[in-house]
Design a protein around this ligand. Structure first.
Ligand SMILES: Nc1nc2c(ncn2[C@@H]2O[C@H](COP(=O)(O)OP(=O)(O)OP(=O)(O)O)[C@@H](O)[C@H]2O)c(=O)[nH]1
Ligand SMILES: [Mg+2]
Length: 325
């Protein structure tokens, strides 16, 4: 078996000693902020202590509902996250937030952390926010986000929100691991329905038209409903209108998120844990294959390449041959 850790760059050394992991997990489970922050840091950087730490967290996973908030830059995702936090907190629930590549330069949207700070939620033990920059994570951004989800889940947060800009593949990947996917649009984003066509519509469990206070919100809503009816989606996707700045429509959004999270074959703690584990396995497997293919002196790949070049086998068949080894 290939060992993933031997194929890539060496993992960053950790100051967290193996013997200290049980205590860290104990304190994290008790909701101690510093312990949660320390665990998240180890996991996002995939330090040498990350694998044993992840293993120690496994028995405690599956409680949190993971909801992805995806949409074009400037749609109001961070503002909506903020608004959802306020609502869930008012009901006594706790919220963890992972913002992936926050604040695109295009929209000039504030960094999520700043928005939360504005509401003083950072002083609230029921809320934990971590932003992941788009670079600097060993093994990729999405697996880093998945590991951070595990830490927040084990720490007992009821709801984990993942904010991603719905433009790149890694963001779409992150959506894959969410239990519920909320796709957010807004009027006045220019070609917003067009932006929705880049696969976003297909992954949505809930569609939100935010900036409901703006002119054109109703039109955007109608356009989305039109686009949905053309696509004959498997199950009808709820389309909701919100105004993130005032909180209007947010209680309905949260209720719908919870309902969708609780029904269907993909619901329940085991299904949630399995979804994340499957994703990590698929990513690790893809990385192993990609690295093998890139190796310069790989006779097997050279042989297969020659066969593909000569037209004897298709790239697809060559890939299958490679995987069956
Ligand atoms: N009028 C109005 N403005 C809103 C609403 N929601 C968000 N905004 C504003 O829209 C701008 C962008 O909001 P963000 O929450 O940063 O949007 P985002 O989708 O997180 O943006 P990126 O993270 O950059 O992709 C900010 O100026 C918000 O104040 C809303 O419901 N109504
Ligand atoms: Mg944002």
């Amino acid at each position: 078996m290939d060992d993933v850790t031997q194929l890539g760059p060496p993992p960053p050394r950790s100051t967290l000693k193996l013997e200290a992991i049980p205590d860290l997990v104990h304190r994290l489970r008790a909701g101690e902020r510093r312990a949660i922050a320390a665990a998240v840091t180890e996991l996002e950087k995939l330090s040498t202590s990350a694998p044993p730490l992840l293993e120690a967290l496994q028995p405690y996973l599956g409680k949190a509902l993971v909801v992805g908030f995806t949409g074009p830059p400037g749609a109001g995702k961070s503002t909506l996250v903020n608004s959802v936090i306020s609502h869930v907190r008012s009901q006594g629930g706790t919220v963890g937030v992972i913002a992936v590549d926050p604040s695109s330069p295009i929209s000039g949207g504030a960094i999520l952390g700043d928005r939360i700070r504005m509401t003083a939620a950072l002083d609230d033990d029921g809320v934990f926010v971590r932003s992941l920059a788009s670079r600097g994570y060993l093994g990729g951004l999405s697996p880093a986000a998945v590991r951070v989800i595990d830490a927040l889940d084990a720490a007992g947060f009821d709801l984990i929100l993942l904010e991603t800009v719905g433009t790149g593949q890694s963001e779409m990947d992150v959506a894959e691991v969410a239990d519920v996917r909320v796709v957010i649009s807004a009027p006045g984003l220019g070609d917003d329905i067009q932006a929705m066509k880049s696969g976003l519509l297909e992954i949505a469990d809930i569609l939100v038209v935010n900036k409901g206070d703006r002119e054109g919100a109703e039109l955007t809503l109608q356009q989305l409903l039109g686009a949905l009816s053309i696509r004959s989606m498997r199950t009808p996707v709820p389309v909701l209108k919100t105004t993130a700045t005032t909180g209007e429509g947010v209680p309905e959004l949260v209720k719908t998120m919870q309902e969708i999270g609780q029904r269907g074959a993909g619901a329940g703690p085991m299904a949630r844990r399995r979804r994340r584990a499957r994703y990590l396995i698929a990513r690790a497997a893809a990385d192993i294959v990609a690295r093998r293919v890139k190796e310069d002196s790989n006779r097997e790949i050279d042989g297969l390449s020659d066969e593909v070049l000569s037209g004897r086998v298709s790239p697809d068949v060559a890939a299958r041959k490679l995987l069956s080894k």
